[in-house]
Design a protein around this ligand. Structure first.
Ligand SMILES: Nc1ncnc2c1ncn2[C@@H]1O[C@H](COP(=O)(O)OP(=O)(O)OP(=O)(O)O)[C@@H](O)[C@H]1O
Ligand SMILES: [Mg+2]
Length: 309
């Protein structure tokens, strides 16, 4: 059984089709990245998964429960970080978490302990006694992750969990989400328009455009498919480029193409061939001054679909 499954899920707002015949399948333990530009239908899909908005047609299931007909069952096993996170503003961060913990049946003592631990983990230990009304957007976002930690749901659905967080914080929060998922086998569904974020922690990804899933699969598979085998781009700078060097590099197994630019070479290859390339250059009498590697990833896929979509 899939922990999340949608069948021809469709949502229309008047003439706009926000979600268009979506068939999504997410397995337990997946960290699923739901990727798409503004207005693609990510939030609308998430709201339907949670039973917070009704599909126009089709259906959504979470752990076998029909989200529209059994929203309470879905709610009891799902943690949700909405696009705009909401807390009790006149309570402190710790009080908000204790509230969640009590709702989950924890005793007061344990609730307090867990709340303090969770705030510590998400990097808000000194903010525990401050009212949420004083929190910045990013602080609220972190508190939302702490709330998930307290609730420990089977599945956490996060609508852009990193919005409003500073760059360094984004990496921390993403890694934290990945860590929680791994340690608790929690399924994560997270939406984002930023590729590198999805790439950092997700194992599966679905790309949504105009309410339709244009690509879905394992991150690695998707990269391979979309890029016709190109996985790495190695850029090198040489004191002098000779035809002998270019030819020698082309002979290396795994090299797909070699392009020449004024200052160096750009090599597309199917694996990380830096040592082999460096050796060939030396063997051919060349002198390398710089070497950079870039792994092709979702960005290229994403942009490809953007252009075609
Ligand atoms: N309540 C609503 N009433 C009318 N149209 C809506 C409503 N909610 C969403 N839409 C429309 O549905 C489409 C999908 O919106 P949605 O919010 O799901 O996109 P999104 O992928 O979450 O975008 P973003 O990345 O900006 O959050 C958009 O065209 C939007 O204008
Ligand atoms: Mg949205």
């Amino acid at each position: 059984m899939f922990i999340v499954e949608t069948k021809d899920l469709t949502k229309k707002y008047g003439r706009i089709t926000a979600v268009d015949g979506l068939n999504l399948r997410i397995e337990e333990g997946d960290i699923f990245g739901f990727l798409g530009p503004n207005g693609a239908g990510k939030t609308t899909t998430i709201l339907m998964l949670l039973g917070l908005t009704e599909p126009t047609s089709g259906s959504a299931y979470v752990a076998g429960h029909n989200a529209t007909r059994e929203p309470l069952e879905v709610k009891s096993i799902t943690g949700y970080i909405p696009e705009k996170v909401g807390f009790y503003e006149d309570l402190t961060a710790a009080q908000n978490l204790v509230y969640t913990a009590r709702l989950n049946g924890l005793s007061d003592g344990l609730a307090n302990k867990r709340a303090a631990e969770a705030l510590d983990i998400v990097g808000l230990p000194r903010a525990a006694e401050r009212n949420v009304s004083e929190f910045s957007r990013g602080m609220k976002q972190r508190l939302a992750v702490a709330d998930i930690l307290i609730k420990q749901p089977k599945i956490a659905i996060m609508d852009e969990p990193t919005s409003g967080i500073d760059p360094e914080g984004i990496v921390q929060v993403l890694d934290l989400i990945a860590k929680i998922a791994k340690e608790t086998n929690m399924t994560i569904v997270m939406s984002s328009h930023q590729l590198y974020q999805v790439q950092r922690i997700c194992n599966r990804v679905g790309i949504l455009m105009d309410g339709r899933l244009v690509a879905e699969g394992l991150l690695e598979e998707l990269s391979r498919e979309a890029m016709g085998g190109v996985q790495f781009r190695i850029e090198i700078k040489l004191t002098e480029i000779t035809q002998a060097i270019v030819e020698a590099i082309k002979q290396i197994s795994g090299v797909l193409s070699v392009e020449q630019s004024p200052s160096g070479l750009t090599i597309n290859c199917s694996e990380d061939l830096r040592p082999q390339i460096a050796k060939k250059i030396v063997d051919t009498g060349g002198l390398m001054v710089e070497m950079k590697i870039q792994s092709y990833a979702l960005e290229d896929i994403y942009l490809k679909y953007f252009r075609e979509g």
